[in-house]
Design a protein. Structure first.
Lengths: 665, 155
């Protein structure tokens, strides 16, 4: 009965989405207030219905209702409760439910928080969001219904893929989807602006916080996913340039560009058209990512042909969303107001450079991801595009962006002075030369690429510090006064500083962990000793036992290091009987500056075990840096929220003035 | 979408065995320099039966065989390129994770630089073109007369 209620709610949500997608749009074009007023309750209702369906679906998983095909295929009575809950989004149907939940959540948020938006803009934005919801819900109900029944119901389920039974993976999809789908709202805003035929500063002021919110979620989601790959895959890699990783990275790159161009659109009323285009493309990339993963086209062209319904549906959705958006853009963009001009050397100029490089980087990732597919279709040639291609192309494209990232914020708007900016960054320039020089003195065999990477990381981190120092006036006035000035810098400035510093930390982590990683792979017997990175590993032995829904083989290794107390580490192998698969659970000890990473391999016939030991210096900085970047976004967002009160007061004047073009800023 | 990585990995586990395997101690060459080269090369070769792994990361039997094969070639005195060519000749270019610069990959390798420099040049040119407009010197008497003449003629 409960399941039927959920199913019914889902179908009802589809109908509500149709109302939300049409009536406010019609209302806005004929200036009918009652019609426009349907948008808000419809968006809230749609969210409520989807949330209800989602809750019912989750309940079925928790209660192990195997009469649902999805629960039978992805759950088991012996599965721990945590994974019964998170297993909800462990399958195709469940992850699409999470997708649409996020989509309607953002629609609901705009409906609830967007009271100060101009009426027609709000109605149109919510309508577009409603249409997106309609498309997704039609996809779910038509091709991937989570409420499909099995009659008679089986006694027990097939269990969830053991790899998904992991806390890191259990929690990252909500973040990832929050970000991924969050860009739907900037898309809706962009389409609404194109229909309206104007993009004012007020529009950009609204779009920016939403883009920032989605971006923070996506950043955290990708970082968590990469962290999961690091500790699960058992050899310490953290990014594989795998198509599914690229699927989330492409919208991230465009979203980052969007964030920055929206800042220009808001503060300088420039780059508005470009911002609109980016908003369309960013969400387009989210959809393409979904297609990439959901259609099976990744594995091979042939698997796509075997079950094409889902793929074709998403492809059609992409064609409508991106194609429709771009056509509308082509028609309406020339009529949008032109932006304020700026010199090449200016903060706008730096942001344009950043946008150019981020987009080129995205295009490179896109090309590398899809090229094997294109090549096969065109010429029948089967070829591979591996990490070597991305390292050779993506990295050189992004490196100048990092250099510009430091200079941009110290340039003035409109017309900057490069020489003065570099003078303010003098400490960072010195540091960027000195730090790699020190590294070279310590290790003469350091490869040049690593030295360049260290220079870049130092430049990014020290550049932020130099800028903060300059803003506080620490060289010109007493410390107390400088500190006070620093404390009263706007949150937005702090947000930028934290996020950009985080990028520097991230680069340091990538470069150092790649260049100075140590590795030992040996067959060991009880009592054997291994040396790695100044540590002694003593292999005590392996114990076996049954835990929850798996059988564990657990190695005990005592790690000794001169001058500190010994620690014991327990890398594991697990065999999940129902799912019939084996996983590796690595043991990692970190001190914040490096990870000792142990993975247990196969036993041999003489009682020996393969042990893989790695020491990865600075590797935690990769995720630490990414989290700092996301934190910077949140800090900046808290500034936005304060400012959000302002438009409420300024609304009357904004309503009196037809467009934002007379805004004095 | 990394969650979907997992779903594809499920397939991968089925074919390629468990993780944390890859290079086995028994495969290693005694010569550390040669072994180092073997490791670098094995990162550039794709495991054919896995979804998206190099033979350095994969535990599939085929990957194991390829690791041994490439070490045999190295011991026999092949250069790195010769080893790659040798294996590509037998298993197809599909095994090469680092796509070679050939007609079929021209577009792949040339697009990124063209994109950066092309759009960069375009933007700079536009900015240059726009700037002089603002500081255009006023027309001289003579130019004004000519302009009037031209406009008059067209009208």
């Amino acid at each position: 009965m409960l399941v039927e209620i959920g199913h019914f709610a889902l179908v009802l949500a589809l109908l509500v989405a149709l109302v939300q997608g049409t009536m406010p749009l019609a209302g806005a074009s004929v200036r009918s207030r009652p019609l426009m007023d349907t948008a808000q309750p419809a968006a809230l209702l749609q969210f409520g219905l989807v949330a209800l369906a989602f809750a019912v679906f989750m309940h079925a998983h928790i209660a192990s209702d195997f009469s649902l095909r999805n629960v039978f295929e992805n759950s088991n009575t012996a599965k721990p409760m945590l994974y019964k809950v998170t297993g909800v989004w462990g399958s195709h149907e469940g992850s699409m439910m999470l997708w649409v939940l996020m989509l309607t959540l953002f629609g609901g948020l705009v409906a609830a928080l967007g009271r100060s938006l101009p009426m027609t803009l709000r109605a149109r934005t919510l309508a577009i969001q409603g249409l997106l919801g309609f498309g997704t819900l039609a996809f779910i109900i038509g091709t991937s219904n989570p409420f499909d029944r099995l009659i008679p119901a089986p006694v027990d389920g097939r269990d969830l893929n053991p790899l998904l039974q992991d806390p890191g993976l259990a929690f990252h999809p909500p973040f990832l989807y929050f970000g991924y789908v969050g860009f739907s709202i900037t898309y809706s805003f962009a389409i609404a602006a194109l229909i309206e035929g104007r993009v004012g500063a007020a529009w950009a002021r609204w779009v920016r916080p939403w883009a920032l919110t989605a971006w923070c979620g996506l950043t955290i989601g990708i970082a968590m996913g990469s962290w999961w790959a690091y500790y699960v895959l058992g050899w310490g890699g953290w990014w594989y340039w795998d198509p599914v990783e690229n699927a989330s990275f492409m919208p991230w790159l465009l979203g980052t560009a969007l964030l920055h161009s929206a800042a220009v659109a808001e503060k300088r009323e420039s780059l508005q058209r470009w911002t609109v285009l980016l908003a369309i493309l960013t969400f387009g990339m989210s959809l393409i990512g979904t297609f990439l993963v959901r259609s099976g086209v990744l594995t091979s062209v042939h698997s796509f042909a075997v079950d094409p319904t889902r793929g074709v549906f998403i492809l059609a959705l992409i064609a409508v969303v991106i194609g429709g958006g771009l056509v509308l853009y082509a028609l309406r963009a020339p009529g949008l107001e032109a932006g304020n001009p700026f010199a090449l050397v200016s903060r706008e100029g730096a942001l344009v450079l950043n946008n150019l490089l981020l987009c080129a980087g995205m295009a490179t990732v896109f090309l590398g991801t899809f090229y094997p597919l294109f090549a096969e279709v065109w010429s029948g040639a089967k070829l591979s595009v591996g990490p070597q291609f991305f390292d050779a192309t993506f990295v050189p494209i992004l490196a100048p962006a990092i250099i510009a990232m430091v200079i941009g914020p110290v340039l003035a708007w409109r017309r900057g002075n490069l020489r003065a900016a570099l003078r303010r960054l003098a400490p960072a320039i010195v540091g960027a030369l000195l730090v790699p020089a020190i590294a070279f003195v310590f290790d003469r065999s350091t490869p040049p690429a690593a030295l360049a990477g260290i220079a870049l990381a130092s430049w990014a981190m020290l550049g932020v510090l130099a800028d903060l120092g300059d803003r506080s006036g620490v060289t010109r006035q007493p410390l107390g006064a400088a500190w006070r000035r620093l404390r009263h810098l706007p949150r937005g400035t702090w947000g930028y500083a934290i996020a950009h510093f985080g990028v520097g930390v991230l680069i340091a982590g990538i470069v150092v962990s790649t260049a100075w990683r140590s590795e030992r792979i040996e067959t060991v017997h009880a009592g054997d000793v291994l040396q790695i990175a100044g540590r002694t590993l003593r292999f005590v032995g392996v114990t076996e036992g049954d835990v929850a829904n798996y059988h564990a083989q657990r190695a005990q290794i005592v790690v000794e290091r001169p001058g500190s107390a010994p620690t014991t580490m327990y890398p594991e192998r697990r065999y999940y009987a129902v799912a019939q698969s084996q996983t590796t659970n690595t043991a990692i000890v970190t001190n914040g500056f490096g990870d000792l990473y142990l993975a247990l391999g196969d036993p041999d016939s003489q009682g020996g075990w393969v042990l893989r030991a790695y020491y990865n210096p600075l590797v935690p900085w990769i995720w630490f840096g990414a989290l700092l970047a996301a934190l910077g976004g949140l800090v900046s967002l808290s500034d936005r929220r304060l400012r959000m009160r302002l438009p409420a007061a300024a609304r009357t004047s904004a309503a009196a003035i037809p467009t934002g073009s007379t805004d004095p800023r | 979408m990394i969650r979907e990585l997992v779903l594809s990995l499920a397939f991968l586990i089925a074919v390629c065995g468990q993780f944390a395997q890859a290079v086995e101690p028994s495969e290693r060459l005694a010569d550390p320099v040669l072994e180092e080269r073997a490791r670098t090369l094995s990162k550039e070769l794709r495991c054919l039966v896995c979804q998206n792994q190099s033979i350095d990361e994969s535990n599939a039997d085929l990957a194991h065989d390829l690791r041994i094969l490439l070490r045999q070639r190295l011991v026999a005195g092949d250069s790195d390129q010769q080893v790659l060519d040798y294996i590509a000749a037998r298993y197809g270019v599909f095994v090469l994770l680092d796509p070679p610069f050939a007609p079929v990959t021209y577009l792949l390798w040339l697009t990124p630089p063209l994109l950066v420099f092309g759009t960069g040049a375009l933007l700079v040119a536009r900015a240059r073109r726009r700037r002089p407009e603002q500081q255009l010197p006023a027309l001289t008497q003579e130019e004004r007369a000519r302009a009037a003449l031209l406009l008059g003629e067209r009208g």
